[in-house]
Structures are given as C-alpha cells and as structure tokens.
Design a protein around this ligand. Structure first.
Ligand code: SF4
Ligand code: SF4
Ligand code: SF4
Length: 269
C-alpha cells in the first residue's frame, strides 16, 4: 500500500459521505469493532472493520521520542473507483445515491469475486448468511438519524463521519477549539498501481505508509476463533471417542457371542 497526501480542501472525496480518522487518537480500545459487530450481528471470527497495530519509528513520539506503538483504524474505504463493484457479476454490489458502496443480499450469490477484488481486504463472505458483507457506513442507523456505530462508540473521537464539506468543517472547528493548527492535509491509503479514490481518509499525517496489506483480525477475535476451532476439535475428538467405544463394544459383543457358541458346542459334544 502507498499513501498520498492531498490538501484538506481537496474535492477528491467527492460530494457524498466521507469518514476522517485521526489515528493518533486511537487507543486500541476496540470499542468500534465491538459496537459494529453488535449493530450488524457479524459472526464470531469475522469483522467489518479493523485496528492495525504497528511499532512506529516516527520521530518525536513515545518515550525517548523515537518509537511508539501506533494504531490505525480502518474499514471499507467506499472507493469512488471500486474494484469490488467492477468484479461483481450480478450487480449485488452497487453504489447508492449517497456514494456508499452497498451489498444487496438478495442479489448476492456468494461467489466471492468481490472479496478477492478488494485490495484492502475489507470484505468477507458472511459465515452464516453466505453472502458478501462489509461496512456500509451503518445505513440502518443513519436511517434513524444516528451516526455509524464506530463513530458513536469511540471514546477519543478519533473519527468524524458525514457529508464531505461537513466533516472537513467539523474537523477544522475541532482543531480551532483545541488551539491546534488547522487541518493541513488528508492522507488516502491506496494500493500501489491502482487508483481507488477512497473516501475514508486520515488527517494530518496519521496514516502509516507501510501498513500490512491484509487486514488482521483483532487479537480478541482470534481467541474467539481459536476457541471455536478448539470446540470443533473437541467435538471431533468426542465423536472419535464415541466411535471407538462403539467399535470396542461390538468387538466385545462378538467375542461374547463366539465364547457362548463355543460353550454350546462343547455341551453338544
Ligand atoms: S475498500 Fe474494498 S470493499 Fe470497500 S469500496 Fe473499496 S474495493 Fe470495495
Ligand atoms: S459475492 Fe455477492 S457481491 Fe460479491 S461478487 Fe459475488 S455476487 Fe457480487
Ligand atoms: S473506538 Fe476509537 S479509540 Fe477505540 S479502537 Fe476504535 S478508533 Fe480506536
């Protein structure tokens, strides 16, 4: 992945919705991941968004001013030029009137072509519904006049979401209120050699240039997924044990039958 810096007033975000993230505010509490999972009933071991963790050599951060672990929240970038949309053979993936990339579950055949096409690893096949799933900027919550769950939950207000002009203005106002210098630029994370035009952008140099290309499951979810495998493994072991017990019982019964027949044979002799 590479990143490009654009002026904050850039119109590259288009006219629809956008999400701005200040990654330096993220404390990796995972509130956004949890609230998203609850809001959208995302199955265990799967997630619509992520927090990437990286040991950063940035100057002036952390003890000694040289290194610190940094966190980078992310999710579907709702690309203005979306490879997932081009890959979908049924039209199930589409862009709505507000610029949000959506999945129509009724039209999705679960082929997974969009999952492979997404360079951000933002999609997955829902484990129980067997259709493509990803962030939709909380359409159902927005219809109720609410903010996306991840935005509402964040204790450090690392995210701002809304129409492009509104989020840019809101962030400038926040910086002014905090006495910080004005928003200088937006960073968009882009795959090398692929123009995606993301509308999820990072503010004031808080995006990692060399973040891992694949989204990683949060540790807590890995534990859950591991627990799921362990339970599955225990189930198989139990099933194996039951089979072995059954085979032994049949063997014992056969042995008893043979001994009875031998005894009866001896009596007849
Ligand atoms: S981040 Fe991936 S799933 Fe989201 S719009 Fe871009 S290509 Fe599609
Ligand atoms: S999994 Fe569904 S949304 Fe994705 S490409 Fe296939 S039909 Fe389209
Ligand atoms: S809720 Fe906010 S602070 Fe917590 S992990 Fe998410 S973005 Fe970071």
């Amino acid at each position: 992945m590479s990143k490009t810096l654009q002026p904050a007033a850039s119109t590259s975000l288009g006219n629809g919705y956008a999400m701005l993230i200040d990654a330096t505010r993220c404390i990796d509490c995972k509130g956004c991941l949890t609230s998203c999972k609850v809001a959208h009933q995302v199955p265990p071991g799967q997630s619509r968004n992520w927090i990437k963790v990286k040991d950063s050599p940035r100057q002036g951060r952390g003890p000694g001013g040289t290194r610190q672990t940094v966190f980078q929240p992310g999710g579907c970038m709702h690309c203005r030029t979306a490879p997932c949309l081009d890959a979908c053979p049924t039209g199930a993936t589409y862009r709505d009137d507000e610029g949000v990339v959506q999945v129509d579950r009724a039209r999705c055949i679960g082929c997974g072509l969009c999952v492979k096409a997404c360079p951000y690893d933002a999609r997955f096949i829902h484990a129980t519904l067997h259709v493509a799933d990803k962030c939709d900027f909380c359409t159902s919550r927005r219809e109720q006049g609410l903010q996306p769950a991840c935005v509402d939950t964040c204790p450090t207000h690392a995210r701002i979401f809304g129409p492009v002009e509104e989020v840019l203005n809101a962030w400038q106002q926040r910086l002014a209120a905090e006495g910080a210098k004005p928003l200088e630029g937006l960073e968009m994370v882009r795959p090398v050699n692929l123009e995606t035009q993301p509308v999820l952008a990072y503010v004031n140099g808080t995006s990692q240039a060399d973040w891992p290309p694949k989204a990683e499951q949060p540790a807590a979810m890995n534990v859950l997924a591991g627990a799921g495998k362990a339970v599955y493994g225990l189930g198989l072991l139990s099933l194996g044990a039951v089979c072995i017990m059954g085979i032994n019982a049949l063997r014992e019964r056969g042995q008893e039958k043979r001994e009875t027949e031998d005894q009866q044979g001896e009596r007849h002799d």
